[in-house]
Every structure is written in structure tokens, then in C-alpha cells.
Design a protein around this ligand. Structure first.
Ligand code: TRP
Length: 347
């Protein structure tokens, strides 16, 4: 049975699953690294997009803030164009099958595999007491994906290792209990690594180096003006090196292609100062997200609509998830009622 090819979930279109932690309104890193691509994938795949609150609680978090973070990320999802008519958009903890399958995968995954994960090593080294959830995090991620028998998973470079482990879990479970799960493949984000405004590391909320996609134009400018540029450019007319400048790399995402040679050329020649260059960038970012801001305003004015969309998404996800979990439990001998036979034993 184990050498048989598992069929993925979904009908004629292959299925995609991806998740994002509820860190509130999305920022440029979330957008370029994930959301922009998710919107495109809806054209050719049957998509599940999940707000992973059960992953979020494995790190530092404030309970009072979590509901808003979930809601604000949902608004961002919808405002950029994730479409609840075509895709299943939901909150992880609304579908209890995720943790149930994760527990089952806990039983078939060697601790050594988890301890080897780069993200685990990095995060655990910075903590005095390491929650078991941090170690088991990739198991929950594997459960997210395999619960829907998704074939494709759009992720950034930093999640490739977790996805390899998800494949390994699928292989191991299939070998032992009979082929059920397809081995999910990554769709790597084309945007590459999105560096924060400080030019130091990955753009992330906890680093405070982001620009929010729903920020108003003044806020965008206030953020972008603080961006670090080529450190060798000290005076306004010094020649710059666009290839090392993060402002230039953002221009490549948000400034119309026909204007890029001018941005690049003037930087190299030192004929346009960094402040003006940043002003152009801020305007183009604001312009790019004008429609998104408008849709977000509308959604925030009608929070019930957002709730209804997430409720409907969770209901749809649960139907699918329950089928997979039933099959898993059946094959593992965890459905015992159907096996009851009178044996004629006395008393
Ligand atoms: N771990 C992912 C991240 O931090 C989020 C995530 C959770 C995810 N479950 C997933 C991504 C399933 C893809 C598929 O970015």
C-alpha cells in the first residue's frame, strides 16, 4: 500500500495551503513575501489560507491583544484580494482537527528531527525556559498542511526546512498506516528576503522595522524616511550603490518598471539625494495600496462581515479536516466502536 501515490485533496485544481501568524495588520514583508503571491495562486489552485493562532502562542504574546491581531490580519487578507468565494480563509483554532492531527504526528516523529530545526535552535537559544510547543511547532505545521492533503505550500526560504519535515512525516505515516498523504511541495516566494527599514534583518513587527500595508500616506512617509540607505553615501552628492541600498530594492517592488533606470542612474551619479529618493518610494507605496486601504476601511466599518467570512471558512475547512482525521483514526485503530462484537463470553 505504501508505494501507491497519494491523491491530493481538492477537485480538478491542485490544493494549496499556507498559514501566517496573527501579527496584526500585514506589513510590506508579509505582502511581498506571501500575500501578493497568494492572491495570484487563487487563479490556478484551490486555496486554504489560515491565520495560525495556535502557532503564535508558542512565542511571547499578550492575550488581550490576540483577538485584534487575528482580526486585523483577516482584514489585511481580504483587503489585498484574498477572495472568500474562491478560497477558504479561516482561523486555525476554529478547526480543532489541527491540534488533533498534530498530536497524532507527535507519536510518529522522532524528537531528534525536531531538535535539528534551525528555527527551533535559534529561538530556543534565546530563551531560558523552552516551551515544548516551540519544539513541536513544525509538527503542528505539518498537520495544518496534511489535514487538507495539500500538494503545494507557498512559503519563504525560512520555512523550507519545516516543509521537508512535513514531507518526512507524511512519508513515515504513509509507510506505517497506508498511503494517504501526498508529500507537499514548496512554492518559493519570488520576492526573496525582504529586509527591514533598518537594513539589519528580515522585516518583522517584533523588530519595529516595518511599513504597514494599511498605513496612511503620512505614516508611510514617516516610516520610509527613517530607512537606512547606502552607508557610504554621506553627503547628498556622493555617488550611491543601489545594489546595497534597501530603499532601492523596495523601489524595484513598488516603482513602475519604466522609472527604475532613472532611480538607479541618479543614485549612482549622486544627482538625487536619498531624501528625495525615499519620498518617491513612499508615494509609490501609498499609491500601490490606495485600493487596499479603501477596502480595509470598509471592512473595519463592518466587523460582522469579517466574522461571517471567517466563520464560513472555518465551517468549510472543518468538513474537509474531519474527513481526513476520520480516515487517519480508522487506519490507526482509533475507531473502536465499530469493532465491538458479542463474543458470547459469560456475564
Ligand atoms: N510557520 C509559518 C511561518 O512562520 C506559518 C505556518 C504555520 C505555515 N502553518 C503553516 C506556513 C502551514 C505554511 C503552511 O511563516
Amino acid at each position: 500500500m505504501a508505494d501507491q501515490e497519494a491523491t491530493g485533496g481538492g477537485g480538478d485544481r491542485p490544493r494549496v495551503f499556507s498559514g501566517m501568524q496573527p501579527s496584526g495588520e500585514a506589513h510590506l514583508g508579509n505582502y511581498l513575501g506571501a500575500l501578493q503571491q497568494w492572491v495570484q495562486l487563487q487563479e490556478s489552485y484551490e486555496c486554504y489560507f489560515c491565520i495560525v493562532d495556535e502557532h503564535a502562542i508558542t512565542g511571547e504574546f499578550t492575550p488581550a491583544e490576540l483577538p485584534d491581531r487575528v482580526f486585523d490580519l483577516a482584514v489585511s487578507f481580504l483587503a489585498v484580494g484574498l477572495d472568500p468565494e474562491r478560497s477558504t480563509i479561516f482561523v486555525q483554532s476554529d478547526v480543532p482537527e489541527h491540534v488533533r492531527l498534530a498530536w497524532i504526528f507527535n507519536a510518529v516523529t522522532p524528537v531528534g528531527d525536531l531538535e535539528r530545526m534551525t528555527q527551533y535552535k535559534d529561538k530556543s537559544s534565546r530563551r531560558e525556559s523552552v516551551p515544548a510547543g516551540l519544539l513541536n511547532y513544525p509538527i503542528l505545521q505539518a498537520a495544518d498542511i496534511l489535514l487538507y492533503r495539500a500538494q503545494k505550500v507557498p512559503v519563504g526560504e525560512d520555512q523550507v526546512q519545516h516543509l521537508e519535515l512535513a514531507r518526512e512525516i507524511a512519508r513515515r505515516w504513509n509507510a506505517r498506516f497506508g498511503t494517504l498523504f501526498p508529500e507537499p511541495q514548496a512554492i518559493l516566494s519570488q520576492a526573496g528576503r525582504i529586509v527591514g527599514l533598518d537594513g539589519a534583518g528580515k522585516m518583522s513587527k517584533s523588530m519595529g522595522n516595518t511599513v504597514g500595508i494599511l498605513d496612511e500616506p503620512e505614516e508611510i512617509w514617516a516610516r520610509v524616511r527613517t530607512a537606512v540607505t547606502d552607508p557610504q553615501r554621506i553627503r547628498k552628492n556622493d555617488p550611491g550603490r543601489p545594489e546595497v541600498c534597501n530603499v532601492f530594492s523596495l523601489h524595484q517592488h513598488f516603482t513602475p518598471a519604466e522609472r527604475i533606470p532613472d532611480i538607479e542612474g541618479q543614485c549612482r551619479a549622486g544627482t538625487r539625494g536619498c531624501v528625495e529618493c525615499k519620498q518617491i518610494l513612499a508615494e509609490n507605496i501609498a499609491e500601490h495600496f490606495a485600493g487596499t486601504r479603501e477596502r480595509a476601511r470598509e471592512l473595519k466599518a463592518h466587523p460582522d462581515r469579517v466574522r461571517e467570512i471567517l466563520d464560513a471558512g472555518a465551517a468549510r475547512a472543518r468538513r474537509e479536516a474531519a474527513q481526513t482525521l476520520d480516515e487517519v483514526r480508522e487506519r490507526m485503530g482509533m475507531v473502536w466502536r465499530g469493532r465491538l462484537q458479542p463474543t458470547g463470553r459469560p456475564g
